[in-house]
Design a protein around this ligand. Structure first.
Ligand SMILES: NC(=O)C1=CN([C@@H]2O[C@H](COP(=O)(O)OP(=O)(O)OC[C@H]3O[C@@H](n4cnc5c(N)ncnc54)[C@H](O)[C@@H]3O)[C@@H](O)[C@H]2O)C=CC1
Ligand SMILES: O=C(O)[C@@H]1CCC=N1
Length: 263
C-alpha cells in the first residue's frame, strides 16, 4: 500500500481499543505516518500514546479515511464527533450496526462497512467489505488497499452477509485461541507440564494454519495425518462426533448476536 496520499490528507480514528489498535499497528508498520493520524478516544492506551499519533485534537476537515472502531453500544454517543467531516471515506468495523444507522446519524456519506479480525495486528487479518449506495468503485479500491495493508480483503455481495462473516472470521480467532487453551489443558491432564503443553498446542495450531493456507483441501490435510486405525483416528472419532454440531451452533450464536446488535 502506498500511503503517500493518505499521509497528505490524514486519517481519523474514532475509537482505538483492541481492534483499532490491531489495525493501526499494522498501518504504522506499513508506512502510515503517525503525525497524519488523529485518534478520538476518551481512554487512549499507553501503547497508543507511545505511537506519536495526534490524540483528541480537532481532526482534519477532509481526511482520506475516517475509521469508526467504537463498540456498537457507544455508536449513538460517538458518531456526532464526526459530523463536521466532509469528502472523506468512512470505514466502520463495528459489529451489528447497519449502514442505515450511519446514514441516519451522518447524512449523505460514502461508507464502507468492514468486518476485520485481530490477526490484523501481525498483518494476517481477513476483512470483508461492502459499500453503501454512495460508495464508488474508487472508494472500494481505497478501502481494499487500506485494509489490505493488514491482511486479506474479500468483497461481499450484500450487507446481509456481514452477520455470518462476523460469526466465522470476526469472532473466529477467539474460537481458535480457546482451542489452544483446551488442547494445552488436555496435554497437562495427560501429564505434560503446563509450559510444554501450551508450547505444543500453540505451535500445532500455527503450523496447521500455515499448512491450511497452502490452499490444499483441509479434509485432505486431515486425512494426511490420519493413519488407518492409528492415534489420530482414535482422537478424531471423539472430536468429529461433537465438533460439527458445536461449531454450527457457535457460529450461529455469534451471527444471531450480530443481527440483534443491529436493533
Ligand atoms: N475485537 C475484535 O476482535 C473485533 C472488534 N470489532 C469491532 O470493533 C469495534 C471495537 O471493538 P474493540 O476494539 O474490541 O473494543 P474496545 O472496547 O477495545 O475499543 C473501543 C474503544 O472505543 C473507545 N470509546 C468509547 N467511547 C468512545 C467515544 N464516545 N468516542 C470515541 N471513542 C470511544 C474506548 O475508549 C475504546 O478504546 C466494535 O464495534 C467491534 O464490534 C470487529 C471485529 C473484530
Ligand atoms: O465480540 C464482538 O462483538 C466483536 C465483533 C467480532 C469480534 N469481536
Amino acid at each position: 500500500m502506498d500511503f503517500t496520499d493518505i499521509n497528505r490528507r490524514g486519517v481519523v480514528l474514532l475509537g482505538c481499543g483492541k481492534m483499532g489498535s490491531a489495525m493501526l499497528a499494522g498501518w504504522l508498520e506499513g508506512g502510515l505516518a503517525p503525525a497524519s493520524v488523529t485518534v478520538i478516544d476518551p481512554a487512549p492506551s499507553d501503547w497508543l500514546r507511545s505511537t506519536g499519533v495526534v490524540l483528541n485534537a480537532d481532526p482534519p476537515a477532509a481526511p482520506a479515511v475516517t475509521l469508526i472502531a467504537v463498540k456498537p453500544q457507544m455508536m449513538g454517543e460517538a458518531l456526532p464527533a464526526l459530523r463536521g467531516l466532509s469528502d472523506t471515506l468512512f470505514v466502520t468495523v463495528a459489529a451489528g450496526t447497519p449502514i442505515a444507522a450511519y446514514e441516519a446519524a451522518l447524512g449523505e456519506i460514502r461508507l464502507v462497512r468492514a468486518m476485520p479480525n485481530t490477526p490484523a495486528a501481525v498483518g494476517r487479518g481477513i476483512t470483508a467489505i461492502v459499500g453503501n449506495g454512495a460508495a464508488t468503485a474508487a472508494d472500494l479500491d481505497l478501502a481494499e488497499g487500506f485494509l489490505g495493508a493488514v491482511g486479506e480483503v474479500v468483497r461481499l455481495d450484500a450487507e446481509a452477509q456481514v452477520d455470518a462473516v462476523t460469526g466465522v472470521s470476526g469472532s473466529g480467532p477467539a474460537y481458535v485461541f480457546h482451542m489452544i487453551e483446551t488442547m494445552a489443558a488436555a496435554g497437562e491432564a495427560e501429564g505434560l507440564s503446563r509450559e510444554l503443553a501450551l508450547r505444543l498446542a500453540r505451535a500445532t495450531v500455527a503450523g496447521a494454519g500455515a499448512l491450511a493456507m497452502t490452499g490444499e483441501d483441509p479434509a485432505r490435510l486431515r486425512e494426511n495425518v490420519t493413519s488407518p486405525n492409528g492415534t489420530t483416528q482414535a482422537g478424531l472419532e471423539v472430536l468429529m462426533a461433537e465438533l460439527p454440531d458445536l461449531m454450527a451452533r457457535t457460529v450461529a450464536a455469534a451471527a444471531r448476536r450480530s443481527r440483534e446488535l443491529a436493533g
